[in-house]
Design a protein around this ligand. Structure first.
Ligand code: OXD
Ligand code: MN
Length: 610
């Protein structure tokens, strides 16, 4: 029998409510030992993981881990938001009654950590001293050591974050039990995995995975689902799957901050980490704040503020290279203590590789294993074209490793937000950028955000998979109140951000080439937006927002086909009219959508009819 109090006492864990919580769950999951961890334990835990073969070296100060082959991504069907109020059921939150889920998860977790260590991870999802700190404290319990290493990179981990809480009980209770991964029936009718956020009890219960998105509970479960619920219930803030960047104009000395949502595979991480194009680099410097989550609130001065609650980046490896994202490549260089997951690994040279890392895979196959651990050299002809890395393979590194990290990224006051942008992967219709000055129209634009359907089964030609505010997988309360809360928070600001919709992915309908070069060049669209906000340019009105006039976009040093530029800066009215029909059906799913949102929809529809 473990003496839990003894362990917690010697780890200086003083918060009695946390102790009660650890005692309670240790009684259920029944681990062999308990250990309280802090970031200072990282080097020791790395050594232990290396000794146990849970990670392997991937170069100097770099590590590689492989997850079970059926456990490589978030599972949306198994993810549930539970509360005690059926009125919390929305379209996307997979709502279930709290009592039912707690009983179910308690049953699954009972005795499930036998023979293992339970790690107690006290963490903070904000810089210390943030006005939102009271929503940021949490304690994750996990029976997986590699999860601890990831949590140390992704969140601020230290017992001091929970010892001195004003309200001792105000921490998120985040319980993670890995389960017997080889016998969980993943993807079958007998699937035993459950990833539940009991939002009105600020309790997260995840069973049946060791993969990041399901197992690092500070990130998505707390940082997004719980925080967006807390933001709504408190009336104070928004928790969104947004990147956050800064643009420093060295000539004027002004800094602008832009945040925004992009459905997955729409280039959010690349945008957040971008550098200025060479031709504009003398004047502008882009600073990185965060690539995945922003919490937004209105400060005492009436401005909207934002901060990244995370401490690291859990980035998709695929297609990350020196051209698409050089700062990400620097952030995983030797010595950064980064961890790679499910990429290809060379057992002899300890190198890692993923699709898009270089144009072609390494020519010498000696020592290379694919993400499942199978030798590439032994592949049959039929297997030859299979990817070496899992498409959702990842790198995990701290913000401090990103070379253009903003110097004030841990400022507890956050940064004032000048613009909120939305963007998806859209092959036609969406221009390079359209600015929206009306708040309701901006929120309406976020609610109708989507990306082209990818899976053939889901795909209806020309129709988006809608992903409101890029929060579809993380929505924790109904969409009607969500929209109302957005309007309330943004309208509370006396100095409001401008909204915009961007699209880097428009293609030529004939030969399919991308009309816009993307990556660093995307800064040009954002600079125009800031000029518009400052009244330095006027743009051209369109039914769906203000577009840059051709001579307003700074194209110094960029060669672009004039015909492509024309298409990028015009509206295809017929396609837009078709889109309005899809939007109407999308929005009609959401009961209680504020009248302002419908009014915005009608205004845009009427403008398109001319
Ligand atoms: C995600 C992530 O799944 O950020 O969106 O990991
Ligand atoms: Mn994400």
């Amino acid at each position: 029998m473990i003496d839990v109090d003894d362990v917690l006492e010697s780890a200086q864990l003083k918060n009695e409510k946390v102790r009660e919580y650890v005692r309670y769950w240790a009684g259920i999951t029944d681990p062999d030992s308990i250990e309280v961890v802090s970031a200072a334990d990282d080097a020791r835990l790395i050594r232990e993981c290396l000794d146990a073969g849970e990670i392997v070296p991937a170069g100097d100060g770099l590590y590689y881990s492989r997850s079970y082959y059926k456990d490589t991504a978030r599972s949306e069907e198994r993810t549930i938001v539970a509360t005690s109020d059926p009125a919390d059921k929305g379209v996307y939150n997979n709502w279930r009654p709290a009592a039912e889920m707690k009983e179910k998860l308690t049953g699954l977790m009972r005795g499930a950590s036998a023979g293992k260590t339970m790690y107690v991870i006290p963490y903070l999802m904000s810089p210390p001293g943030s006005p939102l700190e009271r929503y940021a404290a949490g304690v994750q319990l996990t029976d997986n050591r590699s999860v601890v290493l990831h949590m140390i990179r992704m969140a601020r981990v230290n017992v001091e974050h929970i010892n001195n809480l004003e309200d001792q009980g105000s921490f998120v209770r985040a319980v993670h039990v890995t389960g017997d991964l080889e016998n969980l029936g993943q993807g079958t009718p007998e699937d035993e995995r459950y990833f539940v956020t009991v939002a009105d009890e600020r309790t997260i219960l995840h069973f049946g995975s060791a993969y990041g998105g399901n197992a690092l509970l500070g990130k998505i479960a707390h940082g997004l689902r719980q925080s967006s619920y807390d933001g709504w219930r408190s009336g104070i803030f928004l928790g969104e799957q947004f990147m956050l960047l800064g643009i420093v104009d060295k000539q004027t000395g002004k800094t602008y901050h832009i945040c925004g949502g992009f459905p997955s595979a729409s280039g959010k991480t690349n945008l957040a980490m971008m550098l200025a194009p060479d031709a504009l680099g003398d004047r502008y410097h882009v600073e990185f704040y965060g690539d995945d989550i922003a919490w937004l609130w209105v400060g005492d001065d009436g401005r909207l503020y934002g901060m990244n609650p995370e401490f690291g980046v859990f980035g998709v490896a695929k297609d990350t290279n020196e051209l698409t994202n050089p700062t990400a490549m620097d952030s995983i260089a030797p010595g950064t203590q980064a961890i790679f997951t499910n990429v290809a690994y060379n057992t002899k040279t300890h190198e890692v590789w993923w699709e898009g890392r270089t144009k072609n895979p390494p020519a010498d196959l000696d020592g290379w294993l694919d993400w499942k651990g199978n030798a590439i050299a032994d592949r049959t002809d039929a297997e030859a074209d299979e990817p070496w890395a899992h498409p959702n393979s990842r790198f995990t590194t701290t913000l401090a490793n990103v070379p253009n990290a903003a110097p004030d990224d841990a400022d507890p006051r956050g940064v004032p937000i000048d613009a909120i942008i939305f963007g998806g992967r859209t092959r036609d219709r969406e221009p390079l950028i359209r600015a929206i000055t009306d708040v309701a129209e901006g929120v309406y634009d976020g609610l109708t955000l989507g990306a082209e359907a990818t899976a053939a089964a889901e795909g209806v030609e020309g129709q988006l998979r809608y992903d409101p505010m890029s929060m579809r997988p993380f929505m924790s309360y109904p969409e009607g109140p969500y929209a109302a809360h957005w309007l309330e928070v943004i309208n509370r600001a006396t100095e409001r951000p401008i909204f915009a919709h961007v699209n880097w992915f428009q293609r030529d309908p004939e030969d399919g080439h991308f009309l816009w070069p993307g990556y660093r060049e995307n800064l040009r669209a954002l600079l125009w937006l800031m000029q518009l906000k400052n009244g330095e340019v006027a743009g051209v009105e369109s039914p769906v927002g203000i577009l840059p006039a051709k001579d307003e976009l700074n194209l110094d040093g960029l060669e672009i086909d004039p015909a492509d530029l024309d298409t990028l800066l015009t509206i295809d009215t017929a396609r837009w009219q078709q889109e309005m029909g899809f939007r109407e059906r999308h929005l009609a799913q959401f009961p209680g959508l504020p009248e302002e949102i419908w009014a915005a929809h009608r205004r845009v529809s009427a403008a398109l009819r001319g």
